[in-house]
Design a protein around this ligand. Sequence first.
Ligand code: CUA
Length: 343
Amino acid sequence: MRNVLHFIVVTILVALVTVGVYVGLTSLGLMPPEASAQSIPIDGLFDLEVKLIAFFFALIMVPMVYSLVVFRRKKGETGDGQHIEGHTGLEITWTVVPLIIVIWLGVLGADNLRQIQSVDPQAIEIGVIAHQWDWSFQYPQGFDSDVLYLPVDQQVVLKMQSLDVIHSFWVPEFRVKQDIVPGRIVDYRITPDLIGDYTVRCAELCGLHHSTMEKAVKVLSQADYAKWLSDNTAKAIAQATAQAGHPDAGRGQVLYSQMGCKTCHSLDGTKGIGPTWKGLFGSKVPLADGTTVTADQAYLTESIKVPGAKTVAEFGAGAMPNFGLILKDSQIADLVAFIMTVK
Ligand code: CUA
């Protein structure tokens, strides 16, 4: 009879502690606001896991503390405790029950992944370039932006590329986090559903300034986004018309820093991961196949667009991404104009 009483008391205490831990954890407000359609199933799964964590914490701690207090050795008690050996029923229970829970969580996780990756054929594409240590955003209308503008309630697919090492795209309010592996284009789908200002930060240790690799993200109403897009498209067309046939070394110098060229190509003759740009224009470049080529505009343009076309002696092939996929022809012309000035 006394054993039943202990069991009832412990069961009630486990229930109370479970509720207390769950309410305590969720009232701390540790999660940022939900700002995407994808964050709802993710937070649902997270909430379920916190409930399970609260229950198992109580299930372990309550019987332990209860036993320490209630079953203490009484004063004057000198005998050994009761000897207990094995309990097949209990062994099977605590093997099968966790197995079912883990499989169940696996199924829920897979279903969650299916929900957050569901494809909307109307999704708009935006290019994302990550490099040490910055982000830039390319709109298919032909312009770049320093801020990632997104329309609310519209799925976007970010086509993400890294120019150097692995970075990771993370807006905590969107919940979904995605690594960007150099050498491939990685898709990231999100449907922002809350107008506001956010920050994308890099979530993969990527070198010295990893901690400052941040850029603003603004989610606008559909009308504001349409206006911003048309304003910038008009500006981009006007700029492209003005720049057509007028490569500019100044703009090329900005791209040299912005696009990460400086990581591998020095301007002072120092040998880096790639050949220095000092005195490069017009020089004779020895190639890996034993031939020599003159570094004229055509060679420089080709080497930026498709670096694998001609491999320079003493430098490995495949170290440089195909910037033809990332830069516009006018930008490559600007870079070549800049290289021509580095004497
Ligand atoms: Cu990029 Cu950390």
